[in-house]
Ligand binder design. Structure first.
Ligand code: SAM
Ligand code: ZN
Length: 272
């Protein structure tokens, strides 16, 4: 509201201008007003499906690889790691496990996500915010920014990272969960447009490493339902016969094989 820094008192964050924001019982702070909540924030059902799917470990290889790369680039193991669109805090928690002296900030517009992110790791602070707005963080305050399947704000990535800081972006490839698209028509994957990502970061960032990670999955009917319910198309579950199609999955005798396919892209904030 005024841009001055916030100080923590029991149950509340306050600035010198006497703006104050309550810390919710579940441990997060929502700096967004109800009016400014972005339309693509995950619903409670989406956050639950995501939490159940991730807790089952299907994307654990991605969390591991992401954490290894970030830790390799932050040898002191400290500083602030911001996860933009953190969801349930699963990836931020994995990164903090590898950085013993770092602090994590989970930014997300979904209250259901923030509740989970606040509990995902003891060193995570969870803050309700809209990624498209200027972030409630000081210039150069972050050592790393994570962005995993979430909206991007390149200008804020550059502003909050200190020179030499790490930006990690995870996007799906065109092959991501392709097998499921025959089963569940709604699960269309938008191809991660990497040249668009690179050009949006040009000037402020230097590319460091890029790698593709492929994970063979064996999914139960419940897993398939969760992966659909946690995705962007869950906003349109009532379209056509999707719910009936998902219910039919129970007839499947065998787990469904599917391939998860991700690109991990790492950049270095120029000027360090
Ligand atoms: C596909 S989920 C990914 C969550 C997490 N990174 C993960 O991979 O488990 C996208 C996340 O971005 C959040 N989101 C969407 N639009 C947003 C916005 N404008 N500002 C903040 N968060 C947003 C959603 O609430 C959701 O948690
Ligand atoms: Zn203020």
């Amino acid at each position: 509201m005024c841009g001055s820094s916030l100080t923590r008192a029991p149950g509340v964050l306050r600035c010198a201008e006497r703006h104050s924001f309550d810390v919710a019982r579940q441990g997060y702070v929502n700096l967004l007003s109800a009016r400014s909540r972005p339309p693509l924030a995950d619903s409670g059902d989406m956050a639950t499906a995501r939490a159940e799917f991730l807790t089952a470990g299907h994307y654990a290889p991605l969390a591991r690889r992401l954490a290894e790369h970030v830790a390799d680039r932050l040898p002191a193991g400290d500083g602030l790691v911001v996860d933009a669109g953190a969801g349930t805090g699963y990836y931020l928690g994995a990164v903090l496990d590898r950085l013993p002296a770092a602090t994590g900030l989970a930014l997300d517009a979904s209250v259901a996500g923030l509740r989970r992110a606040a509990r995902a790791h003891e060193r995570i602070g969870a803050v309700g915010w809209d990624i498209w707005q200027p972030w409630p963080l000081a210039d150069g305050s972050a050592s790393a920014v994570l962005n995993v399947f979430a909206p991007r704000n390149p200008a804020e990535f550059a502003r909050v990272l200190h020179p030499g800081g790490v930006l990690a972006v995870v996007t799906p490839t065109a092959a991501h969960l392709a097998e499921l698209r025959t089963l569940v028509a709604m699960l269309e994957v938008h191809e991660g447009k990497l040249d668009q990502l690179d050009s949006s970061l040009a000037g402020e960032f230097e590319p460091a490493v890029r790698e593709t990670l492929t994970v063979e999955l064996s999914l139960s009917p419940d897993d398939v339902r969760r992966v659909v319910a946690m995705g962007p198309n869950a906003h349109h579950l009532d379209r056509g016969d999707q719910r009936a199609r998902l219910a039919e999955l129970d007839q499947l005798a065998e787990p469904v094989s599917a391939t998860a396919s991700f690109v991990l892209s790492f950049f270095r904030r120029a000027g360090g």
